[in-house]
Write a protein that binds this ligand. Sequence first.
Ligand SMILES: [Zn+2]
Length: 378
Amino acid sequence: MSVKGAAYMRYRNSKYSTNRKGGFAPQKGRASTQRRQPIQNQNRQTIRSTNRPAVNQRQPFQGRSGYYGSPARKRGLGRAIFFLCAIFALGCVGFKFLFHHDGPTKADNPSIQAGAPVAQDGNTIIPDITIHQGDLVLVNREAPYQEDPNQNLVSLYDYKQDSYNVKDKNLTIEKRIVDPLNQMLQDFHRAKGPSDLLITSAYRDLIKQNQLYKDEIAALGSAGAMWVSRPGYSEHHTGLALDFTIFYVDTGLSDDYDGTGIYSWINQNCQKYGFVVRYPEDKANITNVNHEPWHFRYVGLPHAEIMVEKGYCFEEYIDSLRSFSPENPLVYSASDGKTYQVYFIKEDVAKNGIPIPNGKSYAVSGNNVDGYIVTITE
Ligand SMILES: [Zn+2]
């Protein structure tokens, strides 16, 4: 599959000069993904606390606080007092420098780059979600789904449009992907006319997944695990995945959705709406799931387009993002006309604050494995 339009990707060694706003992602109810304007000067202290070159200069002074306790050195007391006063004075200068300087910069001290990430001309935020929440949580047999207290499930039937059908009113889905889903299927309808598209599955709880798994294993033996994930290891727990089928209303018969014929439009254009075919045919050895042209996963923009352009399955994409940092972000111009910057922050580093460029809108998502993926938008 190739990206349509003027999408391109480039890598660069620079800081923040561009960004975006998020595609079709609804701004309200984004419970598990942060998306807002950064707060001015929030946690400015955090930047300093992770890069305090002056602190070490004060350590010798503190280390000599026990000097007077040694009788053998009383003769050197005068010299010691002088020495201590001098060091104390130097320490005061260092202290003043530490708390009144505008903050170290790369130009001041190149070694800062080796420490925790610093947002030049920016701020840091402490994530209010765990690494198990957000649009980019990877769920597979190595990364089980962790319950998201902010999950916001709605009955898709209440929001559906005439361009498709929904199995029943009990089918629920994460609310924030309803708009992009409706937009995609509305555009599909406009492009290809009426269809027999039916959404048969979206969110599944553990009980439902357990039943499906047992049924599949009973029918296929161990090979069933390549079709239905074990309970707790299914993307359907996220509410961000859905399955299509073909249902002929006239006859009451149904067919597998294979993404061919008029439906190839969906499989070829879904990334523009933030969706990907999660289990491509040539990636089964990585995903450990057979080709499922009917299973779509929402990851949002620009991630879906980057995955398609680079030919990555989700596992490969999440892995590739680990090489991008605030100082060296992945920069991508998506088909929505916006430019995005994407970078990764390890979970332990994020506890000290995630750097965000000033005045940019952003989204933060956990990857469900070891850190956060930050998406900056113009
Ligand atoms: Zn599925």
